[in-house]
Design a protein around this ligand. Structure first.
Ligand SMILES: NC(=O)C1=CN([C@@H]2O[C@H](COP(=O)(O)OP(=O)(O)OC[C@H]3O[C@@H](n4cnc5c(N)ncnc54)[C@H](O)[C@@H]3O)[C@@H](O)[C@H]2O)[C@@H](O)CC1
Ligand SMILES: Nc1ncnc2c1ncn2[C@@H]1O[C@H](COP(=O)(O)OP(=O)(O)O)[C@@H](O)[C@H]1O
Ligand SMILES: [Mg+2]
Length: 294
């Protein structure tokens, strides 16, 4: 089996939905309802017990229509996106979640800024920041504030930038892969977080182990068929699910990119490199998910 980084335990008869975590995906907007739906369904297909999507009210029915098992929570909206009034009800949901994933399809409007800033300042629930959540961090330089640095005992923070998002976060051009990884390692060490540098191959770097600064994992799965809309949104749901199942940021990110790439490899050979979409990826994820525990 291609260098799986770690192994999940197998399921037992005494297990129940709570055993596998309750997670919340936050994102979506009119025109980008699919992104947060892919993240949410990916969390279900990675084994979460309970998954809800907190979305702007106008897209709730669209998101809910993607999967009967998915719960949806309507948030205050303006022009089809989160309004600044969305942070208050969302804040009230945090303590009940085992993990949160935020960013896919949310846009970088003022409602998104309030949500991302608030999720960065809380320390009790693990959070994956992806897509427009990363763009909000870049545009408003939220990482300049030392108050968001994670220390021992704080819940995990995992970032999942593609090279374009990482370029906005670090100022290092997407064309300079090695320097982008070095900048990500420095950022992970400074902030005490985990960063998934997506691409071919994907690398994971982590600053949470005092005795192993900048530790890095190079993923051995995945392929260019995954260069298609929504495949990163799927990964957000995978890592959120594994955080919700009790894994650390380092473990959830490494195992998450590994099983995500495995699903991409199986889907590409079953469908075709050009024809595969994120919809195929998220379905194949459900088929290969047990490889995390075999
Ligand atoms: N169905 C949906 O609702 C979808 C919504 N999406 C959302 O759309 C928003 C914008 O995300 P996008 O990623 O599409 O747009 P971005 O503008 O953030 O990133 C796309 C650009 O980033 C650069 N880039 C990305 N990967 C690169 C690489 N490996 N090497 C060099 N340059 C690279 C390229 O310039 C590319 O045009 C996000 O919120 C995302 O979640 C997308 O995920 C697509 C699907
Ligand atoms: N050439 C490639 N080889 C391996 N994986 C790839 C390749 N191109 C893209 N991917 C993977 O596909 C995903 C793309 O993420 P992203 O650009 O955020 O997609 P989206 O935002 O559209 O969902 C990442 O997980 C990335 O690692
Ligand atoms: Mg993306």
């Amino acid at each position: 089996m291609q260098r799986r980084p770690l192994k999940l335990r197998t399921r037992e008869s005494s297990d129940h939905k709570g055993t596998f975590g309750r997670v919340l995906l936050v994102g979506g907007s009119r025109g980008m309802a699919g992104s947060i739906s892919l993240s949410s369904i990916a969390a279900l297909h990675t084994g979460s017990g309970l998954v809800a999507a907190a979305v702007p009210d106008p897209v709730l029915e669209t998101v809910a229509g993607f999967h009967a098992a998915l719960m949806t929570i309507a948030m205050p909206a303006q022009d089809g996106c989160f309004s600044v009034g969305a942070w208050s009800p969302l804040k009230g949901l945090i303590s009940r979640q085992d993990a949160i994933g935020v960013g896919p399809g949310m846009t970088t409007n003022e409602g998104s800024v309030a949500i991302v800033d608030g999720l960065l300042r809380q320390r009790q629930t693990p959070v994956v920041f992806d897509a427009d959540a990363l763009n909000v961090i870049s545009e408003h330089r939220l990482f300049d504030d030392e108050a968001i640095v994670r220390t021992e005992g704080d819940a995990a923070v995992v970032l999942t930038p593609h090279p374009g998002e990482l370029s906005r976060l670090t100022g290092v051009p997407a064309s300079d892969g090695d320097e982008q990884l070095a900048a990500a390692q420095r950022m992970a060490d400074r902030l005490g977080i985990t960063i998934v540098v997506k691409g071919g191959p994907t690398r994971v770097t982590d600053g949470c182990a005092p005795d192993a600064p900048g530790r890095t994992f190079v993923n051995s799965t995945g392929n260019p068929a995954m260069a298609t809309a929504g495949c990163g949104d799927v990964l957000t749901g995978v890592i959120t699910s594994l955080l919700g199942q009790g894994l650390s940021g380092w473990d959830a990110a490494r195992l998450g990119v590994w099983i995500h790439g495995r699903a991409g490899d199986v889907a590409a050979s079953a469908i075709s490199a050009a024809g595969m979409t994120a919809a195929h990826l998220v379905e194949t994820l459900a088929i290969v998910a047990d490889e995390m525990a075999e």
